[in-house]
Structure formats: structure tokens, C-alpha cells
Ligand binder design. Sequence first.
Ligand SMILES: NC(=O)C1=CN([C@@H]2O[C@H](COP(=O)(O)OP(=O)(O)OC[C@H]3O[C@@H](n4cnc5c(N)ncnc54)[C@H](O)[C@@H]3O)[C@@H](O)[C@H]2O)[C@@H](O)CC1
Ligand SMILES: Nc1ncnc2c1ncn2[C@@H]1O[C@H](COP(=O)(O)OP(=O)(O)O)[C@@H](O)[C@H]1O
Ligand SMILES: [K+]
Length: 500
Amino acid sequence: MYIYSATDIRAWDEYTILHEPITSIDLMERASQACAEWLQQYQQQTTTGFVIFCGKGNNGGDGLAIARLLAESDHPVTVYILEFGHKGTEDFQTNLARLHGSKAVIKFIPAEENIPALTAGDIIIDALLGSGLNRPLEGLTAKVVKHINQSGLEVIAIDIPSGLMVDSSSIGNTVITAQHTLSFQCYKPAFLVAENESFVGHLHILDIGLHPNFPLEHPAANRWINQALVQSIIKPRNKFAHKGTYGHAAIIAGSQGMMGAATLSAKACLRSGAGKLTTHIPAVGYTIMQIAVPEAMTYTAGKEYIELAVDLGKYDAIGAGPGWAQHDTHKALLESIFQQTTKALILDADALNTMAQHQQLLERLPRHTIITPHPKEFERLFGKSANDFDRIQLALKKAAHFKIIIVLKGRYTLVATPDGLAYFNSTGNPGMATGGSGDVLTGIITGLAAQGYTPSEAAIAGVFLHGLAGDLAAAYTSQESLIASDLVEYLGDAFHQLVL
Ligand SMILES: NC(=O)C1=CN([C@@H]2O[C@H](COP(=O)(O)OP(=O)(O)OC[C@H]3O[C@@H](n4cnc5c(N)ncnc54)[C@H](O)[C@@H]3O)[C@@H](O)[C@H]2O)[C@@H](O)CC1
Ligand SMILES: Nc1ncnc2c1ncn2[C@@H]1O[C@H](COP(=O)(O)OP(=O)(O)O)[C@@H](O)[C@H]1O
Ligand SMILES: [K+]
């Protein structure tokens, strides 16, 4: 599934109008019906009043149609139309004419003194501006939005909170703060970044039946990692498989006091289907690893922290960095890993921090290495970004420059590939914001890469399975009680959902 820009979404609307075919006004009715149904389900008491603020574009047209549908269902509805000094789009005008026959009260806001006082208990519907927004809100529009935000009333935004840019940062702008956003057909870039969380609230994507052929003919660089995509990647195991079939993985991890990172990665690697696993750890962790992960073979080098890892050429995938801590010798360790790597390499945590300190190492990264920074590690490696959209662009630029795969972790983890594609992961929850979650992810991706999945496939399937294990675990343990070990425990259930 693609994540479309505002321009692409408009093109998809037009494609549907042309090829279904359907008139523009009927498509607006379909979108508005989907919203009105959601609203009635959400607020079944017909005594609940709706106050609907409309602009004069098609977002406002949606608002007017929703007003009519709610009024027909006996909800008290008041509509406020913000005057923009023009008649409005054709569909807006048609819906205004249709609304005149209904019980809804219609008022206009031509000036600041007409901004209405709002009544406790009413639900505000924001249909001022949608995906047609092309500049920050100002003047009367900004005043209305601030008034709504200050009312403390529940706000439900139609398509996108008014004032929020679909494709770029809205930091510093006046934007509706919605508790719910009812958006149409597909995720939009604005919904995927942490900086917009407080505006969007709970997001609901409503299917309005846009033409299914459009995505087939218009691939986009921004993509959604969902079950269907990952199902197309994960292959069932061969009947006559033996442990050699599924690769030999290595995890180079751990130090005094951080052997948990190593054992979590190791377990996750094995639970992801790797044929064999060898861990390279410091001597202090030997007993811990052998007891915690008896399935893994173990080499030691260094006493309290890992100093050297040799004979790495035989591995199909190497995961390095979890729990290393910071030591002077890690630069040499990384150089030696780069030299010996012949297949897949996954770098996380202190391996990334070491590269951040010795930037020249970046130039020597083997092609198609996967790095898995969280935003702070990403900043240490590549510098600060003014906003979340810039950070995504920077990740794509660096992935292309160094020919690596960057897994930028977060709510909607980004997998940026060297060929300019941006995959956003759909699974996961805030219960996973707990120490050790990232170590599990390193293990999963290493385990998948060892089996022969390409680095992009391993990263895409890895983040999805990791988040899905988190969702399944949280359903059982609660988000609060979820710990990283639970992610390993629930990986099996996550695979079950994919491999039927
Ligand atoms: N067939 C369609 O095109 C469909 C469109 N739909 C709705 O249509 C919306 C998009 O409609 P429009 O393209 O008319 O866009 P808007 O309703 O967002 O309005 C855009 C208009 O507002 C102006 N504008 C942009 N930024 C402004 C600002 N900061 N201050 C004041 N005016 C500003 C623009 O110049 C333009 O005239 C979607 O968000 C969705 O709600 C839905 O009805 C589904 C079907
Ligand atoms: N709010 C959240 N929603 C979804 N996933 C999350 C959330 N918080 C954390 N995660 C996931 O948990 C993992 C945390 O990794 P990281 O920050 O490296 O943790 P650690 O270093 O403690 O192992 C990442 O894969 C991230 O995507
Ligand atoms: K809106």
C-alpha cells in the first residue's frame, strides 16, 4: 500500500471520478456518509449536538453533507461557514443548497465578532480546510481555529486537522487540535510523524472506495508495511530443510552489566528462524549466555567488553552493537568486522555511537549494511534535523549516499532503502518503549538476513514482526507491563499470523 502526497490523493480522486465513473458530488457524498456513519456509531445519543465549522473548499463541502446526514438522523446540528470572500467550490455550493432543506441551523462567520461562543457538551466537527491547504493559517481562519482549540470541547477533524500540511512540517503553525481524525482511504505523511501527534489524536482511516486500479498504475516512493507486504516476503520452510539451509548468524554483543542486550538479540535471532547462531561476547558473559541461550554457540574475546571478533567470513549475517558500551577499542573492532563481512551486516546501538565518533567509518560501511538507529543515534550519526519531515529526507539521502538501509526507529519505524524508497511500519505500540526492545529488533533482522532474505526484505519483515510481536504481547500483558523478553516470547505468534 502506498502513502500518497496531497497531489497524488487529488489525482486518485480524479481517477476515480473518471474511471468508476462517479460524479465528484457523489464521491463527496460517499466520503461524507462514511464520516456520518462513524459519528453516529461514536455518538449514538441523538441529543448530542454537533457544531460543524466549514470552509468553502471541498473539505467544507464534506462538512455540509455530514451536517445534512446528521440532521436527518435527528441530531441537533449547527453549521458555521467561514467567509473566504468567494462562492466556494461547485460541490460546496451544491451541498449548501441541499442543506437548506434540512433542520440544520446555518450561520456565517464574516468577521471576528461573529465567532460563536461554544456550548459545553457539543462536539465540534472541523471541516475548515483539508488536503488543499497550501499555506499556514492566518487572519480570521487562525482566530477561529484558536477559538476552537481554547474551547476545551471534543474536536473531530474531517480528512486532516485544519492547518496541518499533508506533506511538510507544520511546526509553529496554527492547527486544529483534534481528539479524532477521520481521514479518507489511505495514510498521509502528516500522520506518520511524532511532531503531529497532538493535532491528529486517534486516527481512523475510512474506506471511501477510491478506484483500486490507481495504486497499480501509480506507485509511490512512500510505502506502508502491512501484513500483505510482509506475507509476500516470508517464505514457508522447505520440507527437506536442515539447519544448514537457514544460514549461520553471528551476534557480536554484550559487556559487563549489559549481557541482557546480547541474550535478547541472540534469542530473537534464533526465534526468527536462523539455522545456527554463534555469539561473540566478552568472557564475563560466557556463563550467562550459555545458560540463557543454550542453542547458541559462544566465542569469547576480551574480558569485560568485546575486543576482537575473528573468523567472521563464514557467517551469512552478522548483527553487532547491542550492549557493547563505549570503549576506545571499538573503532578497531568495527574496522575488522567491516573487513571480514562477506554477506549481511546489521549494526545497532554502540556500534552506531562508535561510528558517530569516527565518521570516516561511515565511508567504509559494506554495501547494503542495515543500521538501526533510534532518533538520538541518528542525530549523532548524521546531525540535527529541523523537523521530522527533514529527518526522513535526510535518512533517504544518507541511505542512497552510503548505499545502506537505514531503519529509523519510532512509532512508525522508517525503512529507508538505497534506491529512495521509504517504507513505514504499521505495527507496534508504546508498550515497546522499554529497554531492550531495540536489541530484540537487531536479533530478528539478523536472523532473517541469515536465511537469505535480502537486506531490504529482512529490515521490512523484521520491523513488522517485531511490532506485531509487541502488539500481541501487549494484548496479553498490557502495554505498561510489556518487557523486551515478551517480544521474543510472542515472535512465534507473530509468525503464525503470517505463515498459514
Ligand atoms: N472528489 C474529491 O476531490 C474529494 C474531496 N474530498 C474532500 O476535499 C478536500 C480537499 O478539497 P479542496 O481541494 O477543495 O481543499 P480544501 O477544502 O482544503 O480548500 C482548499 C481551498 O482553500 C484555499 N486555501 C489553502 N490554504 C489556505 C489557507 N491557509 N487559508 C485560507 N485558504 C486556504 C485554497 O486556495 C483552496 O481554494 C479533502 O480534504 C476532502 O475533505 C472528499 O469529499 C472526498 C472526495
Ligand atoms: N511508541 C512506540 N510505538 C511503536 N514502537 C515503539 C514505540 N516505542 C518504541 N518502539 C519500538 O521499540 C524499539 C526501541 O528501540 P531502542 O530505542 O533502540 O530501544 P533499546 O535501546 O532500549 O533496545 C524500536 O524498534 C521502536 O520502533
Ligand atoms: K479539516
